[in-house]
Write a protein that binds this ligand. Structure first.
Ligand code: SF4
Length: 692
C-alpha cells in the first residue's frame, strides 16, 4: 500500500493505492487535514485511468500530417524531434520553438520544463495552462500583499469562521471534500448560477447573490460601499497595516445599493443583508473571503479579485488569525506550477525573469551566464495564437495540457496548431491535441512516478510512485533528459530522478519568495506540514502575513479599481450570456475523466443549463438537442432546465471536445495585467439543433 495524493484538483486529497483483489490498482481514502478522509467521485475512480484501453505505450510518429501515426522506438522518436528542433533553431532562431506546460505537472517537472526551454532550447516562448486558471488572483495577490500564496492559511482555519464569502467558486462540485470545512460557517455565495454550493448556502441559512456575468467587480464595490456606510470598516487596521484606502474608497463611494442593483441585478436589500452578515463576522474576527475562477476569468479578472481583496482589507480580515482572504486554486499543482519557471515571465522561486538578481542566482545554479537566459515570452493564449501562421514559433512541445479543448476560442487555437511545422506532445493517450501533431511521446501517470505538488494552501506534498509504468512508457523528466542531451546539453544537466531535481529546485529557490530550500523527501515522508516558504532548518509557515505583509514597508495595498463592462455583452444577434465551469464528474479537458466509465456514464456529454422560460422562448425543452452559437463558434449540447438559473444566462461545462466543446464559444479578450482570457462571458444565441 502506497500513501500518495489524488491526480486531480488542488485539494490534493490523500489516498492509498494498492493492488486490489483482481490485481488492478485500487484507491482507499486516507486521513489528511484538507479532505479529512474523504474523496470525491473522481478521486475514488482515479486508478482506473492507469489502465485505460487506449493507453499509449510506444511513441507515435508521422512524417506527413495527412498520413497515419506509426509506432516508433524511443531513440527514433527523440532523434527525429531533436533533429527537427535543431534545424528550425538554426534556420529561424531559438524563439521558433515554443513550450507549453500544465498546472498539473509536479514541481520537479514545472521546474525542469522552464529550465529546458531556457537552456536546451534557448527560447523565451514558454507558458502554461495555469495562465487560464489562477493568473488573475496571482496578479492581484502580488499587487495587494507583495506575495501570492493562494490561501495563506490552512484550510482548517476556514471551518472555524462564522461567515465565509465565496466569490466565483463552486467547491460542492469541483472539490466536494472541501465542503466539510464549510458546513459550520454561514456562507455567502456570489455566483450567476444557482450552483450546488449556492444551494448549500441557502440550505444552511446563508445567502446567494447572483450577479449578471461580468458585473461581480461592481458587486464587490457595492459591498465595500455598504461596509463603509454601515460602519463595518476597520479604520484602526487600515491605519496600522495598509495603504491606499482613500483611493479605493473613492471608487466605491458611488456604488450605493440601488446603483449596484441596477448594474448587477442583485436586489439592494440582499446586498445590505450580505454586508451586515459579513461585517458583523469581520468585527468578531471570524470571516473569510475566498475567490475562484468565477472572479478571475474575465478581461478585468485582476481588478475583480482586487476589488474582493480591497473589501477584505477594509474589513480588516487578512493577516490575522481567524479571518483572511484566499484564492481557491483549481488545478492539482496550480500553486507550485506557477512558482518554478514554466510561466513566461518567471524564474524558479516565483521571481521575475527580468530581475537581474534572480537571473544571476538561477544562472549560478544552472552553471550558465545570466546573460544567456532569454527574457520574458508571450502569455499562454498569445503564445498559442502566435503559432505557425500566427507568425510566431513554428514548433511546439506540449506537456500536461490539451489546449484544443481547454483554451478559449478553441477553433482558432486548433487552426494555429494545425499550421505548425512540428507539434510534439507528451501524453498518456492520443488526446484531441496530440491527435493533431507529428510526434506523441507516451508518458507515465501520477501513480507511476514520484514528485511533489503544492496544494491550495501552499503546502508541499509528496506523491509517491505506487506502480511501475507500463513497459515502453517514460516519465516526462526522462523525456526532457533524453531530448536535452540530443540538443547538445551536458548529460548531467537534466537529471531524470525527481529527488535530484527537488534538491536542485531547492538551491534555485533559496532566498526567493517561494523558497523550497528546506523541502526534502525525508521531511515530506515524515509527514511534516511544509507550507512555503520552507528554509532548511526553519519551521514552515502555515499562516503568512500575521506580523507584516510582503511589500518592503510591510503594508498591504488597497488598489483603486473601477467597474467596466465585459468585452462582450448581450445584443440582438446574441441575446444571452454563456458562462462556463466545471462539474463534479469531470476534470479540466476531460482527457482523463472522460475515459473512466463511471464518470463518463454519469455525465456522458455536454449540457446547456438554461431557465425554463428562456428555453421555451427558444423552442426548447428538457433534454432537447440545442445549438449554442457565439461570434466564434457553435457547441451542440443537451438542454438541462434549471428554474433557479438567471433568465439571461446559460451555463456549459468545458470538459468536452469537438462539437461539444464549450470553448468553441469563449472569448479570448485578455486581462491587461494577468493576460487571463474572458472565459466567463460570451454573447450567445440558443436554438434547436437539426437532427444529427
Ligand atoms: Fe479530492 Fe479534488 Fe481528487 Fe476530488 S478531484 S478526490 S476533491 S483532490
Amino acid at each position: 500500500m502506497t500513501a500518495t495524493h489524488c491526480p486531480y484538483c488542488a485539494l490534493q486529497c490523500a489516498m492509498h493505492l494498492e493492488a486490489g483483489p483482481d490485481g488492478r490498482p485500487a484507491v482507499r481514502p486516507a486521513p489528511f487535514p484538507t479532505n479529512r478522509g474523504g474523496l470525491c467521485r473522481k478521486g475514488w475512480t482515479s486508478a482506473e485511468v492507469l489502465g485505460v484501453p487506449d493507453r499509449l505505450t510506444r511513441p507515435l510518429l508521422r512524417k506527413d500530417r495527412a498520413g497515419e501515426f506509426a509506432e516508433a522506438d524511443w531513440d527514433t522518436a527523440l532523434d527525429h524531434v531533436a533533429e527537427r528542433l535543431l534545424a528550425l533553431r538554426a534556420a529561424r532562431g531559438p524563439d521558433s520553438v515554443a513550450v507549453f506546460g500544465g498546472g498539473g505537472l509536479t514541481n520537479e517537472k514545472s521546474y525542469t520544463l522552464g529550465k529546458f526551454a531556457r537552456l536546451a532550447l534557448g527560447t523565451s516562448q514558454i507558458d502554461y495552462n495555469g495562465r487560464f486558471c489562477m493568473s488573475s488572483a496571482a496578479a492581484a495577490g502580488n499587487r495587494a500583499f507583495g506575495l501570492d500564496r493562494g490561501m495563506p492559511f490552512p484550510l482548517t482555519d476556514v471551518g472555524a469562521a462564522g461567515v465565509v464569502l465565496l466569490a466565483g467558486a463552486n467547491p460542492a462540485e469541483t472539490m466536494p471534500p472541501m465542503m466539510g470545512h464549510l458546513s459550520a460557517p454561514r456562507l455567502i455565495v456570489v455566483d450567476p448560477r444557482l450552483s450546488a454550493t449556492a444551494r448549500a448556502a441557502l440550505d444552511g441559512g446563508g445567502l446567494h447573490l447572483a450577479p449578471r456575468p461580468g458585473t461581480d467587480l461592481a458587486l464587490a464595490l457595492g459591498l465595500l460601499h455598504l461596509a463603509g456606510s454601515r460602519g463595518w470598516v476597520d479604520h484602526g487596521y487600515l491605519e496600522a497595516r495598509t495603504t491606499g484606502f482613500d483611493a479605493a474608497w473613492a471608487h466605491a463611494a458611488a456604488w450605493w445599493p440601488e446603483r449596484t442593483e441596477q448594474v448587477t441585478g442583485v436586489p439592494a436589500a440582499r446586498l445590505r443583508e450580505a454586508a451586515d452578515v459579513l461585517g458583523a463576522a469581520a468585527r468578531a474576527r471570524s470571516a473569510y473571503i475566498l475567490t475562484g475562477r468565477g472572479s478571475e476569468q474575465h478581461a478585468k479578472g485582476t481588478d475583480t479579485v482586487t476589488a474582493w481583496i480591497n473589501l477584505a482589507l477594509a474589513l480588516g480580515l487578512p493577516g490575522r488569525e481567524g479571518s483572511g482572504y484566499g484564492c481557491i486554486t483549481g488545478q492539482g499543482n496550480g500553486q507550485g506550477g506557477r512558482e518554478h519557471g514554466q510561466k513566461a515571465d518567471q524564474l524558479p522561486g516565483y521571481r521575475r525573469i527580468d530581475d537581474p538578481a534572480a537571473r544571476a542566482d538561477v544562472a549560478a545554479v544552472w552553471g550558465v551566464d545570466p546573460g544567456s537566459l532569454p527574457g520574458p515570452g508571450r502569455s499562454a493564449f498569445e503564445l498559442l495564437d502566435s503559432l505557425g501562421e500566427g507568425g510566431g514559433a513554428r514548433a511546439l512541445l506540449l506537456f500536461g495540457s490539451n489546449p484544443v479543448v481547454s483554451a478559449p476560442d478553441a477553433s482558432r487555437v486548433r487552426s494555429r496548431l494545425e499550421s505548425l511545422d512540428l507539434l510534439v506532445t507528451a501524453d498518456f493517450v492520443l488526446s484531441e491535441t496530440a491527435a493533431l501533431g507529428d510526434v506523441v511521446l507516451p508518458v507515465a501517470q501520477w501513480a507511476e512516478e514520484s514528485g511533489t505538488m503544492t496544494n491550495l494552501e501552499g503546502r508541499v506534498l509528496r506523491r509517491t510512485r505506487a506502480f511501475d509504468p507500463p513497459e515502453g512508457v517514460r516519465t516526462d523528466l526522462e523525456v526532457l533528459a533524453g531530448l536535452a542531451v540530443r540538443l547538445g546539453q551536458p548529460a548531467d544537466r537534466f537529471p531524470a530522478d525527481p529527488d535530484t531535481v527537488l534538491a536542485e529546485l531547492g538551491r534555485a529557490t533559496a532566498g526567493a519568495p517561494a523558497d523550497y530550500s528546506g523541502v526534502t523527501p525525508g521531511r515530506l515522508a515524515a509527514g511534516e506540514a511544509l507550507y512555503w516558504p520552507v528554509r532548511a532548518g526553519d519551521a514552515p509557515t502555515p499562516r503568512l502575513f500575521l506580523d507584516s505583509f510582503a511589500h518592503p514597508d510591510g503594508r498591504a495595498r488597497l488598489v483603486p479599481v473601477a467597474h467596466r463592462p465585459p468585452a462582450e455583452t448581450a445584443d440582438a444577434a446574441y441575446p444571452l450570456i454563456a458562462t462556463t465551469g466545471r462539474i463534479m464528474g469531470h476534470y479540466q479537458s476531460g482527457a482523463q475523466t472522460r475515459r473512466v466509465p463511471e464518470l463518463a456514464g454519469a455525465e456522458p456529454g455536454v449540457f446547456v443549463e438554461v431557465h425554463p422560460d428562456t428555453a421555451a422562448r427558444c423552442g426548447l425543452g428538457e433534454g432537447d438537442a440545442a445549438l449554442v452559437t457565439s461570434r466564434r463558434g457553435t457547441t451542440r449540447a443537451r438542454v438541462r432546465l434549471e428554474p433557479g438559473a438567471r433568465r439571461d444566462t446559460v451555463f456549459l461545462p468545458f470538459h468536452y471536445a469537438g462539437e461539444q466543446a464549450a470553448n468553441n464559444l469563449t472569448n479570448a479578450a485578455l486581462d491587461p495585467v494577468s493576460r487571463m482570457p474572458e472565459f466567463k462571458v460570451s454573447g450567445v444565441r440558443l436554438e434547436p439543433a437539426p437532427p444529427e
